[in-house]
Design a protein around this ligand. Sequence first.
Ligand SMILES: NC(=O)c1ccc[n+]([C@@H]2O[C@H](COP(=O)([O-])OP(=O)(O)OC[C@H]3O[C@@H](n4cnc5c(N)ncnc54)[C@H](OP(=O)(O)O)[C@@H]3O)[C@@H](O)[C@H]2O)c1
Length: 298
Amino acid sequence: MKVLITGTNGLLGQHLAPLLLKKGYEVVATGKGEPRFALEAGAPIRYHSIDITDPMNVYHLMELEKPEVVVHAAAMTQVDDCEKDPEHCEQTNVQATTQLLVDAETFSRHFIYLSTDFVFDGERGNYGEEDELSPVNFYGFTKLQAEGVVQTSEIPWAIVRTSLVYGNVSHARRSNIIGWIRESLEKRQPIKVVSDQRRTPTFVEDLAQGIILIIEKKATGIYHIAGKDELSPYEMAIQTAELLQLDHSNIEKVDASSFSQPGKRPPRTSLLIGKARKELGYEPLSFREGLRKVLGKT
Ligand SMILES: NC(=O)c1ccc[n+]([C@@H]2O[C@H](COP(=O)([O-])OP(=O)(O)OC[C@H]3O[C@@H](n4cnc5c(N)ncnc54)[C@H](OP(=O)(O)O)[C@@H]3O)[C@@H](O)[C@H]2O)c1
């Protein structure tokens, strides 16, 4: 079965592509510019450089490849960048998703869209798939809009909402929370980490595995694919320091109010994963287990 991934140079794409290959899928990887992910030499994968905001190129690629499954992970993911350039964010996250979906309706059989816990306002946490959406920043708003478009699709669709994804990443433009904490601690750089935001941090390989379960089961609808523990970034930083046996006196516990960021952050957006467990057999690692893998402490 042929699976096309958008955003393969990103954190999720870099892990999903090799996992799909290992399971025997034919993988069409796409990303902006040159490929920036590590694969074993000779891996049977085709890479196409494509800007998803260019509808004609997207159409021609979909016509050429006719993938049975599309996993749409590419997005403008930086909350503050979306706030500063809402037009570009809307074009990337909503318009490009709409275009890709139209093409998938012609050439594909299953469309899987990556969304976020930031579609919720974060006032109470422990959100289920059917809870009310009320994003507090523009990034979350564009993901909500794209979710709405996906739900009108004429082909089977799945929406995967995830939360604060962590894992190792090569040659990516951005690091992720564990990479940033580790690097700062190793360089003995003081860091300020918030303790009044709570997430369900998601090990990237668990997320990739959840998506593969959706593909295998041809599952449709909305699924929360996240970690099973609710933590604050500060708690994550302390656990990282402990596992690495590094001094955590450089980690300063702060409130979100001590940062002046363009995009507001929702305080508590933990996701309930009971539906994915029951319907897909999804079972993520604990945060400590995932962290051990990322830090090579297994
Ligand atoms: N990471 C998280 O904590 C998190 C949490 C909740 C939801 N999600 C969602 O999960 C999905 C995957 O996240 P991720 O962590 O893998 O994000 P990521 O590392 O930021 O990767 C996103 C990828 O999209 C690509 N992209 C952006 N604009 C593009 C365009 N116009 N054309 C082609 N590619 C474009 C980026 O390319 P460049 O590398 O060239 O910039 C990047 O490789 C996203 O949809 C995100 O919204 C992520």
